[in-house]
Design a protein. Structure first.
Lengths: 148, 183, 141
């Protein structure tokens, strides 16, 4: 199992943070465009899922799969969106994304008085990045292939 | 790092109530010294509370993974009183005086830890809304979950009233921002 | 001071009056004696300061006598002096006086925890007044 990359968006659709662990293919657009595309896509899928659901939705949109990767989605009631791409062998990891939010994001970003709720997370948030890497690399879904 | 581990960490790092109460007291007294008008002090306390609220809500949700979006305002009131106040102030206010439309309620604060030992100063100081920070925090926290509310004290034991009553009024539901170019 | 009256004063670090109250006695004579009371209390301060270093306790018992008035003192850990002027000990006796002063000290500490009270400034709280009177009644002053 492989973890590819992570996006964190705030409720205004701004990308607060991006990190990749494995990304072999280069895409032909700027990072800014990529974030915009991702946000717009998530927004559409979310509303699509909500509108067309045949029964009452519990968790809403959780993940989708293509033939080569799986996108996991977790949104907090405060509108923070966590998007993690993995390979196809990964099951539902909603609880892991919640854990990432509650133990890493809240502790090292929200509780940092220097950070304000709408700031983009810069590379100087070293502790956050370090803890995030530690968290991800200790996951069972983060296998050896990632470490090449 | 497991979830229970984090919880333990939080619990062992408690401070005594007196330290908390005195810190808040010293803090309010200092702002009262620094600003000339009591109204301005109330405004500042509200602002500080708001800034706390917008952060606190994330901490609250992190600790209470079962809390999701509320279906109605009554549920919000319940979570606020029974979980929010309980977690951060150690008290559980009672919810009363619902407006007929169900968009406004009162919280009766019993034994507010912030106001222990406090006696308001004479003169203009009597107009000080000592707990205004709580209002700001509620407003900030609810705003982050897309609820715009108005929050104020209508009765205050520090001002000689029988109870301390906090009124929360629902104003509107805030919508998620649309991505650029989407409809 | 009427024969059954008492005068209680809290003296701050700069020998200023922080709080004073007349207890017991009839109300008619209060204003006449205020200066005299302060004068006696002030005269006793030096003796309090001396006694304070000879004792390890906070309650110093009687430290001074001026004509028919006795002065007992209590010194807090923070260096505040409580003086108590009387002609005769209250009905509750020496112990009653000691308990009175100890309880007043406890009340004072609570006041000190009020963020709006500045140490050494005159105490103007009505609630404090009330509490002192309650304690005084409790110990038959």
């Amino acid at each position: 199992m492989v973890v590819y990359n992570l996006y964190i968006f705030n409720r205004n659709g701004q990308c607060l943070f991006y990190r990749e662990w494995l990304r072999r293919r280069q895409i032909k657009m700027t990072q800014e465009e990529e974030f915009k595309l991702m946000n717009g896509f998530i927004y559409s899928v979310k509303s699509f899922v909500q509108r067309l659901t045949p029964t009452d939705l519990k968790d809403g949109f959780v993940s989708f799969k293509t033939n080569c990767y799986k996108l996991h989605y977790y949104e907090t009631p405060t509108g923070l969106k966590f998007i993690l791409n993995t390979d196809n062998n990964v099951d539902n990891i909603r609880h892991i994304l919640h854990q990432l939010y509650s133990t890493i994001f809240v502790n090292y970003i929200v509780k940092n008085p220097r950070y304000s709720a709408l700031d983009i997370i810069n590379n100087d948030q070293e502790i956050f990045i370090e803890k995030l890497d530690e968290f991800i690399s200790n996951l069972s879904i983060f296998s050896q292939t990632n470490k090449i | 790092m497991s979830r229970t581990n984090v919880k333990q960490n939080i619990d062992t790092r408690r401070v005594t109530q007196e330290l908390f109460t005195l810190t808040y007291g010293a803090f309010v007294a200092q702002i009262l010294n620094d600003y000339e008008h009591v109204d301005e002090v109330n405004k500042q306390l509200d602002k500080i509370g708001y800034n706390i609220g917008v952060r606190l809500i994330d901490d609250f949700l992190a600790r209470n993974p079962t809390v999701g979006r509320c279906h109605d305002f009554r549920e919000t009131a319940d979570v606020l009183a029974k979980q929010g106040f309980k977690t951060y102030l150690g008290i559980t206010p009672s919810i009363t005086n619902w407006s007929p439309a169900g968009d406004e309620f009162s919280l009766l604060l019993d034994g507010n830890p912030l106001t222990e030992f406090v006696e308001l100063p004479d003169g203009p100081g009597q107009k000080l809304s000592y707990n205004q920070m709580i209002c700001g925090a509620i407003r900030g926290a609810l705003e982050m979950v897309q609820l715009e509310v108005d929050c104020r004290f209508v009765q205050d034991q520090l001002k000689g009233d029988n109870t301390t009553e906090l009124r929360v009024k629902f104003l509107k539901k805030l919508e998620d921002a649309l991505p650029v170019g989407e409809d | 001071m009427s024969s059954s009256g008492y005068y209680f004063v809290i003296v701050g670090h700069a020998d200023q009056v922080v709080y004073e109250i007349e207890l017991g006695g009839s109300n008619g004579q209060t204003t006449d004696n205020r200066h005299l009371n302060q004068f006696i209390a002030h005269a006793a301060l030096d003796l309090v300061d001396e006694a304070m270093w000879r004792n390890t306790t906070t309650y110093l018992k009687q430290v001074d006598k001026f004509n028919e008035w006795n002065v007992s003192a209590y010194v807090t850990a923070g260096g505040l002096r409580f003086l108590f002027l009387y002609e005769h000990l209250p009905r509750s006796g020496e112990d009653g006086l000691k308990n009175f002063l100890t309880e007043v000290y406890e009340t004072y500490v609570k006041l000190l925890l009020n963020p709006f009270y500045v140490p050494d400034k005159p105490i103007r709280s009505a609630a404090f007044d009330k509490k002192i009177q309650t304690i005084a009644r409790k110990w038959n002053l």
